[in-house]
Design a protein around this ligand. Structure first.
Ligand code: GLN
Length: 549
């Protein structure tokens, strides 16, 4: 039957519900329990794979190739467990399943209704998590905010779960936001009261309320929320915005949420939590370190959520390497117009992340050219590798028409082309090369040195690949194919032998980076960027002393 924690959100979206769910998972993991986390998304798309990053932020990819909500990235980073396709459910999936059953005649002429047919399918999906993963507790986050029309069937389903699996096996956590009124310097609890009232009108009484705010929350506010919302004061957990996300579990622990959760679910802890590693992690973000500037050249940079895992992977490397990283968010279309170059030139490292479609690609190619010529450390992720190949192809073949067929179907030199198996595909959703695939590394290469291994597995999400007929000519001019699929068919990693660190990978290493276990490619890249920053500072101080003497 299992134990379930349901996390709902009130007042506003983006209050940190996903991080809170992930942090609760961490509290339980630290007590020796196996945890999995599921997100129920109320939108009608089957998955976020076809959605614009502007609408949805990053698409997070799991080992099994599922394209999921970016909150699953938070979950995996906090609980350090690989999740599966069952862990992201959307209204689109629920309805397509129920409708296809109806078309098959499974309902024997019955009328299909939201209750019980849709809610039953939602509950079946929740039940699939403990069936497919070893787990003591399933944490279920309901997307959206209480009061949204779309989330009602999900809320009804989780309400029913309390009588289905029993009171002692369920816990409801409501995450709300306390607005701050600048004129009076006050935090307000009224929206929280309304949101809890709305939740109770559906039949859900929260066991715990997490009160989020950008400002410290006074004890009397805690008591006020408790009084109005029918919980004890200790069950109102104040959570002021933290400097580093990874501090959130430490705050929740200090406020006693770990033990409250065990008490609510009738669990006895299997071991005492040991926070020393995470405390060190959080503290290392505070100290004074040398400044390193990393340019992130993308085309969705207005919405940093579109690069959530890249930013976090860089942060993990930062904590390990001990640098103070400033990310320069550069728009690739700006570079095309001659803007933003001063920033790019000031960077000690350049990352070109993944992307789709031709807009802004020339700006990324220009950034790759700059990195190659000026020997600036460069990390290309998926499209970032393809861009590195196009740029070098143009240089070697002496033709600006070298391209990927994604951007120029009729290019005379398609150095990047559709994967053969992609040629006949017409559906867009879930049809890319997705998920975990092995990659063997060339001994002695930068990649092999970084990983310290010969065979690795990484998560993929792409339709295009390096075209093998160009391996020879580009290889002769210094491009090293340091990562290949075990059958040698697909190029997985490219690098240069005469550059301190210019490496592109066809996969997404950012999805496997963890706060206490940074990804080797990000770590090696950052180490080189730190070296470059030191060199630049050295040169600047030498130039200064020369000019003053
Ligand atoms: N658009 C490229 C492809 O489909 C790169 C994809 C990506 O960066 N995730 O191959």
């Amino acid at each position: 039957m299992g134990k379930y924690i349901f996390v709902t959100g009130g007042v506003v979206s983006s209050a940190g519900k996903g991080v809170t769910a992930a942090a609760i998972g961490k509290l339980l993991k630290e007590r020796g329990f196996d945890v999995s986390i599921q997100k129920l998304d109320p939108y009608i798309n089957v998955d976020p794979g076809t959605m614009s990053p502007y609408q949805h932020g990053e698409v997070f990819v799991l080992d099994d190739g599922s394209e999921t909500d970016l909150d699953l990235g938070h979950y995996e980073r906090f609980i350090d467990t690989s999740l599966n396709a069952m862990c992201n459910v959307t209204t689109g999936q629920i309805y397509s399943e129920v409708i296809s059953q109806e078309r098959r005649g499974d309902y024997l002429g019955g009328t299909i209704q939201v209750i019980p047919h849709i809610t039953n399918e939602i509950k079946r999906r929740i039940g699939l998590v403990p069936q497919t993963m070893k787990t003591d507790v399933v944490i279920v986050e309901v997307g959206g905010t209480v009061g949204d029309i779309e989330s009602l069937p999900f809320l009804e389903a989780i309400r029913q779960m309390r009588s289905d699996v029993g009171r002692n096996n369920t816990m409801y956590v409501h995450v709300t936001w306390l607005p701050h009124i600048a004129a009076t310097g006050e935090l307000k609890t009224k929206p929280t009261q309304h949101s809890v009232r709305e939740l109770r009108s559906i039949g859900i009484q929260p066991d715990v309320i997490i009160a989020r705010s950008d400002y410290p929350i006074a004890e009397e506010l805690r008591e006020k929320i408790a009084l109005f919302c029918d919980v004890e004061a200790r069950e109102v957990i104040p959570l002021t915005t933290c400097k580093i996300l990874y501090e959130v579990p430490l705050v929740l622990e200090r406020e006693g949420l770990g033990e409250i959760t065990l008490g609510r679910l009738g669990l006895i802890r299997r071991r005492a939590p040991d926070w020393s590693e995470w405390e060190k992690l959080v503290a290392s973000g505070d100290s004074d370190k040398s400044k390193v500037r990393i340019a992130l050249v993308g085309k969705y940079v207005e919405l940093q959520d579109a690069y959530m895992s890249v930013r976090e992977a860089l942060r993990h490397a930062t904590l390990a390497v001990g640098a103070d990283v400033e990310i320069l968010w550069l728009h690739s279309t700006d570079l095309e117009k001659g803007k933003g170059w001063k920033d790019l030139e000031s960077a000690h490292g350049i990352i070109v992340p993944g992307g789709f479609g031709s807009r802004g690609v020339e700006g990324k190619i220009a950034a790759a050219r700059f990195a190659r010529q000026k020997k600036v450390p460069y990390l290309g992720l998926c499209l970032g590798m393809q861009v590195m190949v196009i740029e070098f192809g143009r240089h070697v073949l002496g033709s600006e028409s070298v391209n990927s067929t994604e951007f120029d179907r009729n290019t005379s030199h398609p150095v990047i082309d559709l994967l053969p198996e992609q040629g006949s595909i017409t559906e867009m959703g879930g049809t890319m090369r997705l998920g975990l695939y092995p990659c063997k590394l060339l001994p002695g290469s930068i990649a092999a040195e970084a990983y310290g291994q010969e065979l690795v597995e990484e998560r993929h999400r792409h339709r295009f690949e390096f075209k093998n007929i160009y391996r020879e000519i580009l290889g002769e001019h210094g491009m090293v194919f340091s990562g290949l699929s075990p059958d040698d068919r697909l190029v997985e990693i490219t690098e240069f032998s005469d550059h301190p660190f210019m490496l592109g990978c066809q996969f997404h290493p950012e999805f496997l980076s963890r706060p206490n276990n940074p990804h080797p490619l990000f770590q090696s890249f950052l180490e080189k960027a730190v070296e470059r920053a030191q060199e630049v500072r050295q040169e600047e101080s030498e130039a200064l002393s020369e000019s003053s003497s």
